[in-house]
Write a new protein. Structure first.
Length: 324
């Protein structure tokens, strides 16, 4: 069974938090229940002393160290699911995830996921927690993901994500006419009643999304977005919060509002685009082992290209009618 050592420094802004709360923020790749189990099993040290009380309050600046045996992912089955591999070496894999592919098994999706595909492609990745997955894309979001093939690579990538050293940029189509770019800086938490969803909440975790205008259409705007943080559903929630939900996002966007007098061809494209218009187009990071700065781009998938083409054609057809 592989052993892993996690280390971090408690941030000044975490002063006053309980130990279990701080660990959940410092090591988000592990569940709160697992972290609490490690605390109670005397596996967590604060400034080199064993800390086994989850509710212990922190002052900020403490050095945290956790050394544990990590269960491998052999409980999941390898499956011969094709992966679009953009880059691979001894330490990392970068994939271009298609739509309709869940990243990790869970309720309703026990198999047929990126994780199952990784176990088939590289069996040794079973020794890495979560089969090396360090960040996720929603089932219907396409584009670039990085996966670690070793525990040291995963530990470094997770740390770089926490320190906002990994750049992730997306293309999206938002509802409504947006005339200038900006930043959404709104904390996020689980929805109060719909626990599978997220929402802007003043007591949530910090979440920052930057966006700029790429192109305007009738009733829609093409955007380029950059994540500063990586909360679940972050772009979708933030855009809905500023009243510009993503086209096709039935969860956060409600019913689509197509422009007036749209052609049947255009309406057909909108009806057939059955997902949120969101694609992870660029990924830039320092290689977790060599430190080399690496950057990848993923072209828009076919359905997204068709959508953009239809939006442009509709805009051109009705350009003389526009009053903005």
């Amino acid at each position: 069974m592989p052993q892993i050592t996690l280390s971090a420094e408690v941030k000044p802004e975490q002063a006053g938090l309980r130990l279990d709360q701080a660990l959940a923020e410092l090591f988000p790749e592990y569940s709160r229940s697992r972290l609490k189990t490690w605390i109670e099993a005397d596996l967590v040290k604060i400034n080199n002393r064993i800390a086994n009380v989850p509710r212990e309050k922190l002052l900020g600046g403490e050095q945290i160290e956790i050394t544990v045996d990590v269960e491998d992912e052999t409980r999941f089955e390898p499956e011969n699911i094709p992966l679009n591999i953009v880059y691979e070496d001894e330490d990392i894999i970068v994939i271009n995830k298609p739509k309709d592919l869940v990243v990790h098994p869970g309720a309703g999706n026990p198999n047929g996921t990126v994780l199952n595909a990784l176990l088939y492609h590289y069996p040794a990745i079973a020794e890495v927690p979560r089969a090396g997955i360090v960040h996720r894309l929603d089932k219907d979001t396409t584009g670039l993901m990085v996966i670690a093939k070793t525990i040291p690579a995963q530990t470094k990538l997770v740390r770089d994500l926490q320190k906002r050293k990994i750049t992730r940029e997306y293309e999206a189509v938002a509802s409504g006419i947006m005339t200038k770019g900006g930043t959404v800086d709104q904390p996020m938490a689980r929805h109060a009643t719909k626990r599978t969803l997220m929402a802007v909440h003043p007591m949530g975790k910090p979440a920052v999304t930057h966006y700029r205008i790429m192109e305007n259409f009738r009733n829609y705007t093409r955007l380029r977005l950059r994540l500063e943080t990586g909360r679940t559903h972050q772009i979708r929630v933030h855009m809905a919060h500023i009243a510009h939900p993503l086209l096709g996002d039935q969860t956060y966007g409600g019913r689509p509002r197509p422009p007036k007098n749209a052609s049947e061809t255009f309406m057909g494209v909108l009806r057939n685009f059955k997902r949120q218009a969101l694609h992870a187009v660029m990924l830039r990071l320092a290689h977790p082992i060599t430190g080399e700065i690496m950057e990848w781009y993923a072209p828009l998938p076919d359905d997204f290209v068709e959508l953009i083409s239809a939006l442009k054609a509709d805009y051109i057809e009705h350009k003389e009618e526009l009053d903005y």
